[in-house]
Design a binder for this molecule. Structure first.
Ligand SMILES: [Zn+2]
Ligand SMILES: [Zn+2]
Length: 335
């Protein structure tokens, strides 16, 4: 019976309904008006949407089963280890860096806006480096392997990616005065919205959300980020506001005439867990072995994916620039 209890607790945990369930059982409905109560109602939204999206996929006969299967395995694999290391890193960074902050924010709406803009900047840094430094791409590429988009992609991460991301994001925020309570609130908003931007086309076909597309990062922008088309590669690194992509020149809108092709450019089987999870590490290892000089071996670790010691680079920058030059009309339209 212990196994059944464990499975039951895991399902409740995944759905994020334990707190709301507790409040319902106690009959203390006014608790839903408190911050904890509101959080307990927001937590289950993404898992429930994921299930609805899966059912819609079955109805439309586009179930993307390969993506769900691999991402479910990844979720199970990461369930314990990654989360605890990430929490430990957040705690460590707060302890190490808070004393160096020149000031401390308070829990007010204007400090929330300040904190969010700083958080987005830190998120941009972690995410940009995740695409531009080969070793960090090994951590991040698991998230980009799926050839379809749906909410299960939210759970597809290499287990060391969250500790890496949270180390960068927490350090930047804490050094710039974001107090821990405000940081945790921002992390919660970011986590929930960051999951939602993976909503698939089975659920929401056109996800540009009208005028909101101008300053928010919509699911449409994030679909572009997950695309391997030359025009779309390595763009839209933000999470909720698209300001830093505009500042750093990585902003790209979805073009009706260029249909998104999800996934990564490496030859791979996106239905194979080991390939999705470790494939980039193996590819990096092979390149390091192939490089004749020590200097080149080291450069492979830090240079962008696609960099080659032969000088024949196939980085996203090279591919995107070649595409833009060749399709001059497209350049015209982008401007
Ligand atoms: Zn990415
Ligand atoms: Zn994503």
């Amino acid at each position: 019976m212990e196994i059944i209890d464990t499975i039951y607790n895991e399902i409740i945990g995944f759905l994020g309904i334990s707190k709301a369930w507790e409040i319902l059982q106690e009959g203390n409905y006014s608790a839903f008006k408190t911050f904890d109560g509101i959080v307990s109602l927001i937590y289950p939204i993404i898992p429930l949407l994921l299930i609805l999206e899966f059912i819609l996929g079955l109805i439309y006969k586009k179930p993307d089963t390969k993506v769900y299967k691999v991402n479910f395995l990844i979720y199970l694999f990461n369930r314990f280890v990654g989360r605890f290391i990430a929490i430990a890193m957040v705690t460590l960074c707060i302890g190490l860096f808070q004393k160096y902050a020149p000031f401390q924010t308070k829990m007010t709406w204007y400090w929330f806006i300040y904190g969010y803009i700083i958080w987005e900047f830190a998120h941009f840094l972690y995410h940009y480096w995740g695409h531009k430094v080969r070793l960090l791409w090994c951590l991040h590429s698991t998230h980009h392997a799926a050839e379809n988009m749906n909410l299960s992609v939210t759970y597809a991460h290499f287990f060391l990616e969250a500790p890496y991301a949270d180390t960068i994001r927490t350090t930047v925020c804490i050094l710039l005065g974001v107090q821990p309570e405000l940081l945790f609130l921002i992390m919660f908003v970011d986590g929930t919205y960051g999951a939602f931007i993976h909503v698939g086309e089975n659920m929401i076909k056109d996800a540009r959300f009208g005028p909101l597309n101008n300053f928010m990062l919509t699911p449409s922008h994030h679909r572009v980020h997950h695309a391997k088309n030359p025009l779309y590669m390595d763009t839209n690194f933000c999470n909720l506001l698209n300001i830093w992509d505009r500042v750093f020149g990585t902003y790209q809108e979805e073009k009706e005439e260029i249909k998104i092709e999800y996934g990564i450019t490496r030859e791979m089987d996106s239905g194979n867990f080991l390939n999705v999870y470790f494939g980039e590490f193996i590819a990096l290892f092979k390149d390091i072995m192939k490089a004749p000089r020590i200097k080149d071996k080291l450069l492979y670790i830090v240079m962008p994916p696609g960099w080659s010691h032969t000088g024949n680079h196939k980085t996203s920058k090279v591919i995107r620039t070649a595409f833009l030059n060749k399709n001059y009309n497209v350049v015209e339209q982008i401007k």
